[in-house]
Design a protein around this ligand. Sequence first.
Ligand SMILES: [Fe+2]
Length: 380
Amino acid sequence: MTTDNTSLKLEKVMQDAEDFLPILGTDFVELYVGNAKQAAYYYQHAWGFQPVAYSGLETGRKDSVSYVLQQGKIRIVLTSPLQPDGDINAHINKHGDGVKMVALWVDDAKKSYEETTKRGAKSYVAPYEMEDEHGKAVISGIHTYGETIHLFVERKDYEGPFLPGYKAYATKAEAKDTGLNYIDHMVGNVGWNEMNKWVDFYAKVMGFAQMVSFDDKDISTDYTALMSKVMSNGNGRIKFPINEPAEGKKKSQIEEYIDFYHGAGVQHIALATDNIIETVTQLRDRGVEFLYVPDTYYDTLLERVGEIDEDLEPLKELGVLVDRDDEGYLLQIFTKPVLDRPTMFFEIIQRKGAQSFGKGNFKALFEAIEREQDLRGTLQ
Ligand SMILES: [Fe+2]
């Protein structure tokens, strides 16, 4: 797939952002997983991502294998090792399946690398060129929280299915898409008292600006608490909320994540749809599990958020949450963790004007998460 360069809107929406990179959008998210072939089946058939590209033994790669799948503008890469040693194995052994690369689409990967490393980013990989019969691409990368990496991907001279070294990949079995369009935001969980360090990183090193912040008074239940700040790049296409645990009576979901992921990492990826009822119905029918919200949440919902376009009944039936801010409202729902360890999950979000993150739902949401933690014996 080639990305449509003609529809670029680089309007600056965050006036405080320096935007010296600048980032055009998310290029891909790469997960290191134990069995990429089966993970690809899951994302294709449960989530409706379409197979796009493959690289492995058949393409001359000896040590690892990657499947690329896409839906709307969302591109995920699933990578597994083929040998017992190496970084991918070490990553999976320590973290379980999880996000390794949050790749950002840029015009100039060399400049992005220089601008960020000179502001203090730790280098992961210096800019290098890759080439095949479809053209050339340039990649560079820096470290962010935990063992997560930001790659900078420059692909304006590349026309192939994904990147050099990959061949087009298709399967005989088709899976209809589920209406997912783009990544709305991607949340990082970091350790105790580390939120501001990473907020500073995104401000100073990446030129992002802060959109909002939530403290433990906003985000706490009887038992658990967390703090969060949301960082955005200049054109608003990249939004990274950063969470840290706060002191509560019991272990917070952020601590549970850190315990099982063994460090900081990507907590959830929010995927945008134009029709959340249709999307979530499809996902649910194909086996994706969502957090349960008690029926009582809906008893006073319209009093809290005012009039909405959707019927209440399907929202209640699916467990979709609604929140309103000054600009409009949003609908959102959260999956259970999609891995065996209680680490990463997805959010499905439909924005109807609102640019916020569902603050009004935090309490209902965290109580739902606590019920799951309780079942896992980690709410202590
Ligand atoms: Fe979110």
